[in-house]
Write a protein that binds this ligand. Structure first.
Ligand code: NAD
Ligand code: ZN
Length: 379
């Protein structure tokens, strides 16, 4: 490619300050260094994790920064030492990487890579501690190693999954975070037995994907819990069979669920980021066998409080990033599930806007409207 080895000037949506609308700027994107790749982003979408760190209310602020981590694109050029990827490959970026060398990557049970696990406080590349983005020579920070709200971005090779080039990037881009996270939280971590009852807290894209995963696993009752009742109708398409809005009850939602299910649900998956919902998700599982899985990203000072007897009574609490999928090894297979029509992705995509209207997507999420909105980089 003519651009390989050179700085690329392109458009990126820069967050200059916490909570202020992004502004589309011309940025300079340096060439990829050793073990890095530069990717042309074609489609991206907004996940609530971007919003948390952009608002920076309960998180470490780091600005100016380029957010974005759910996306699809094509490799433009590769740095020294990169052998698994080449220009033209179709890829999905992932906020948590896989180096394939460390004890976690070698363990069948973990996806918490020692080198590349999610780090929201790092705004630079691992290799040299510098940013690849700049405006007039001033560095702009990266976000979770991906920064996909830019026409070109540089990532560590371990944070990039190569996928089937026939998969439509405008659809499978949503598999790069939210949908795989929720799906994996159910099928890989909660593992609901056939015929079981599952509670899903939070019916955004992640929670709806968790509901879909519970249905694929064979759960027969899937109870959706959300404070926003407008989510309920849509959630039926994702396998939810019943709904609870905590606002409609004077009793704690744990008790409401226990009464609905003869003592508690078999599995629960929390997809809100709210610590009270996390506690409720744990306390609503049945004693003896219940398993709760936390997925939401909590406030930095949040503390989880519950009576230890809840554990002694044989309830299990787990948590997961990216649904325990190993990004490079497993994500191409999730894309294949879509290609084989075992997983429907279209129903998660409710809106689409050109890159110039990226701030509208933040408004949609703030209002709780729609599920995922595709941001088209090219038109
Ligand atoms: P979203 O905003 O689209 O959905 C969240 C839903 O939770 C909303 O419908 C909201 O009304 C509901 N909600 C909020 N507080 C609640 C409460 N107390 N009780 C019941 N419902 C409540 O967000 P999303 O993009 O689906 O992401 C969901 C969460 O998952 C976020 O916290 C996000 O940061 C996190 N996340 C985690 C991972 C991971 O790997 N662990 C990956 C992606 C996203
Ligand atoms: Zn690793």
């Amino acid at each position: 490619m003519a651009t390989a080895g050179k700085v690329i000037k392109c458009k990126a949506a820069v967050a200059w300050e916490a909570g202020r609308p992004l502004s589309i700027e011309e940025v300079e994107v340096a060439p990829p260094q050793a073990m890095e790749v530069r990717v042309k982003i074609l489609f991206t979408s907004l996940c609530h994790t971007d919003v948390y760190f952009w608002e920076a209310k309960g998180q470490t602020p780091m600005f100016p920064r380029i957010f974005g981590h759910e996306a699809g694109g094509i490799v433009e050029s590769v740095g020294e030492g990169v052998t698994e990827l080449a220009p033209g490959d179709h890829v999905l970026p992932v906020f948590t990487g896989e180096c394939k060398e460390c004890p976690h990557c070698k363990s069948a049970e973990s996806n918490m890579c020692d080198l590349l696990r999610i780090n929201t406080d790092r705004g630079v590349m691992i290799g040299d501690g510098k940013s690849r983005f700049s405006i007039d020579g001033k560095p702009i920070y990266h976000f979770v190693g991906t920064s996909t709200f830019s026409e070109y971005t540089v990532m560590h090779v371990g944070c990039v999954a190569k996928i089937n080039p026939e998969a439509p990037l405008d659809k499978v881009c949503v598999l790069s975070c939210g949908i795989s996270t929720g799906l994996g939280a159910s099928i890989n971590v909660a593992k609901p037995p056939k015929g079981s009852t599952v509670a899903i807290f939070g019916l955004g894209a992640v929670g709806l994907a968790a509901a879909e995963g519970a249905r694929i696993a064979g759960a027969s009752r899937i109870i959706g819990i959300d404070l926003n009742a407008s989510r309920f109708e849509e959630a039926r398409k994702f396998g939810c069979t019943e709904f609870v809005n905590p606002k409609d009850h004077s009793k704690p939602v744990q008790q409401v669920l226990a009464e609905m299910t003869n003592g508690g649900v078999d599995r629960s998956v929390e997809c809100t980021g709210n610590v009270n919902a996390m506690i409720q998700a744990f306390e609503c599982v049945h004693d003896g066998w219940g398993v709760a899985v936390l997925v939401g990203v909590p406030h930095k000072d949040a503390e989880f409080k519950t009576h230890p007897m809840n554990f002694l009574n044989e309830r299990t609490l787990k948590g997961t990033f990216f649904g325990n999928f190993k990004p490079r090894t497993d994500l191409p297979n999730v894309v294949e599930m879509y290609m084989r029509k075992e997983l429907e992705v279209e129903k998660f995509i409710t809106h689409s806007v050109p890159f110039s209207e990226i701030n509208k997507v933040f408004d949609l999420m703030a209002k709780g409207e729609g599920i995922r909105c595709i941001i088209r980089m090219e038109n």
